[in-house]
Design a protein around this ligand. Structure first.
Ligand SMILES: C[S@@+](CC[C@H](N)C(=O)[O-])C[C@H]1O[C@@H](n2cnc3c(N)ncnc32)[C@H](O)[C@@H]1O
Length: 204
């Protein structure tokens, strides 16, 4: 069964800010200025959609396909002011995006939703949707070996397993899976003592 973030949509951003402070937002904003002008952008699992307002404040003329499977998340996202960018809202699973050649794909705290089996096929799916010179901005958690990070990750998984039917039971190594698809990591920035990272991947 797929995850469902409806129950947590109203509190998601506040909770994230409470636990991770500014890191959660800063990490997701860090590479947004690398999106090329007038780019065709795919945002998958965009959550409450605050990123649309952020993009609207730094870019215009982007053509954004914005996908999220949660009704509540989509409702919140549609109420955002996207500025001079055009947003095509797609309520449903990312599987609905079967074709396209995106200049930028954004997966922020999205890959961590899946178990290892679906994760590998999801990454393969998005790699096929990336244009030859496109960039994939991925922001997520990573293992650091620190005890308090392990406790935090464990607690978050239990919380979202219960309330959002999260598939993932533990954190996977996204970087390894992305590199396996022939992507290369061009730049990387870490936050919250390394627990959170944002990176740019591309095919060339
Ligand atoms: C952990 S939240 C991250 C939200 C946002 N990117 C952020 O960082 O604030 C994951 C989001 O992915 C969405 N989601 C989960 N499974 C999905 C799927 N198969 N297709 C599209 N969206 C999905 C959820 O509804 C949720 O909004």
């Amino acid at each position: 069964m797929e995850s469902n973030f409806d129950k947590v949509a109203g509190t998601y951003d506040g909770l994230a800010r409470l636990i991770f402070g500014n890191s959660i937002k800063k990490s997701q904003v860090h590479f947004l200025n690398r999106i090329p002008d007038s780019a065709k952008v795919l945002i998958v699992g965009g959550g409450t959609g605050w990123i649309l307002e952020e993009l609207g404040s730094i870019k215009e003329n982007l053509s954004i396909d914005y996908v999220d499977s949660s009704n509540k998340m989509m409702e919140l996202s549609k109420s955002r002011n996207a500025g001079g960018n055009h947003v095509n809202f797609i309520k449903g699973s990312y599987h609905q995006i079967q074709s396209g050649s995106y200049d930028t794909i954004i997966t922020n705290f999205f890959l961590d939703v899946f178990d290892e089996v679906e994760l590998a096929s999801a990454i393969e799916h998005f790699t096929k949707l990336l244009s030859d010179k496109g960039i994939w901005i991925c922001t997520d958690f990573q293992k650091t070996g620190r005890l308090y990070h392990k406790v935090l990750l464990w607690s978050m998984h239990r919380f979202f397993n219960m309330l959002a039917n999260l598939q993932a039971k533990k954190l996977a190594d996204f970087r390894k899976l992305l590199l396996n698809q022939g992507l290369q990591e061009n730049e990387r920035k870490e936050y919250f003592n390394g627990l959170i990272y944002s990176a740019i991947y591309s095919l060339s």
